[in-house]
Design a protein around this ligand. Sequence first.
Ligand code: PPS
Length: 568
Amino acid sequence: MFLSNLTPIPELYVSYDSAQKLKHEAGNLTSWDLSPRQVCDLELLMNGGFNPLKGFLTEADYNSVVDNMRLADGTLWPMPITLDVSEAFADGIEPGQDIALRDQEGVILATMTVTDRWQPDKSREAAQVFGADDSAHPAVNYLHSQAGKVYLGGPITGIQQPVHYDFKARRDTPNELRAMFRKLGWRRVVAFQTRNPLHRAHQELTFRAAKEAQANLLIHPVVGMTKPGDVDHFTRVRCYEAVIDKYPGSTTSMSLLNLAMRMAGPREAVWHGLIRANHGCTHFIVGRDHAGPGKNSAGEDFYGPYDAQEMFRRYQDEIGVEMVDFKHMVYVQERAQYEPADEIEEGVTVLNISGTELRRRLREGLEIPEWFSFPEVVTELRRTSPARAKQGFTVFFTGLSGSGKSTIANALMVKLMEMGGRPVTLLDGDVVRKHLSAELGFSKEHRDLNIKRIGYVASEITKNGGIAICAPIAPYTATRRSVREMVESYGAFVEVHVATSLEECERRDRKGLYKLAREGKIKEFTGISDPYEEPTQAELVVDTEGADVDNCAHQVVLKLEQLGLIAY
Ligand code: PPS
């Protein structure tokens, strides 16, 4: 049985007066600082978006969700909503204890009574929930490289919503949306989930979906966390605001959903449906490759293109919203309109611009035709993504000590400064360790911290339109990848593997460190007594044994040119 969209949904908040009291009392509790993803999860737990969950999953619920897509009591719930914490924090917590949950500014949002504490089998979670224990999947990568080792479960007492300073008027809780639908007399509402800017084809398909379902339309974009590399939500919301005026008056509304997506394809579609049911929607559009994470590490799709629709159909009655399957819309030139691809007769000219082609045109500053998108949307996208040759970027050298990273990086810096146009900053391994990371040693933990600091600075430089050249050893694949993700939200990340062999580095032994490492006088020395995980997907591999420094730097310049990052 699902709730009608007219009745309010249960929330986990206490009354205003109780919240004031609780806030003072909670100040004395042990507190956990929530990660950005946990803040998103908590918001939807508290406001009923994740109804019927009453808190972060207990161990029994977690196991049942992972294995059967159901809570222990049999209720359909496909996604583990867990509070992952560090071992050190978990060690100080006893089951039965109340803890305070704080946002990143230290504001107490909720308390939680910890009933369960356990160490999950993350590989099993990855395989069952995401279909493969493959770190090419963004949520699997998150699970292994960012989520804490221990999960805590238990009921939540909500004190206050996370504060949002942006697009306040566009954010609605499930009950606010339900109240709005009640007020407007919207009994049938079809929701459209999106993490991308809307173009004409989307406008056409959502409009048709609403007509087909004889329903009003809710554009319900995700602004919490989406796939790394997506267009940022500020730009997207400005684009949506431009498109919303293109629908017939008062048929359509738009509301922002602070969800942290997992890109779990079929399971995610079911989850999205349950969330929309909670928000008072009666219908939900599910497209081809819904919430798809892209390719796996073998270069294949994680899920089949219609797996999400199939799974949704199977659970539709329990979800409580009806699926409207996405029609792939294409532009028919002769008739100057969008039509469903499967209804078009042979012999007409069909035009289409893929996401990849759109990104290429934006990157290269090329024309984007009006039949494809609305001029207001294109203007917004161009404001955020100027042509690549005008954007910031990061060149990230990685390789063994003495491989030649710093020398090539220096040569590259000079060449780029000679060309001019953008400020260039060199973050050399040795130099960073003198300033930014002066207190760090060479344990895995310290190396990771060092690389993440470099990544953070490089991403800020990239965001502000500069060129960052980094030249640390950066021996761990997962850390290099998280730096890539940090930078790629703002511009290109070009990984250059300086692949000088260990034998050659040791033969050169410019700083005499290899000798000391062999004698055991330097511990944890990369290549000798510490690992170096070779990159497998670097944009460029340079071999310093067959070429001089100038030539190596020139190879990087050619790569940058090929990627459209520099133009003469
Ligand atoms: S890391 O792993 O990326 O954090 O290392 P990085 O910051 O690039 O620092 C490497 C430079 O520090 C010197 N050094 C060592 N390297 C590796 N292992 C150990 N134990 C070590 N101790 C000191 C070494 O000179 C590295 O400089 P490069 O320029 O790479 O030769």
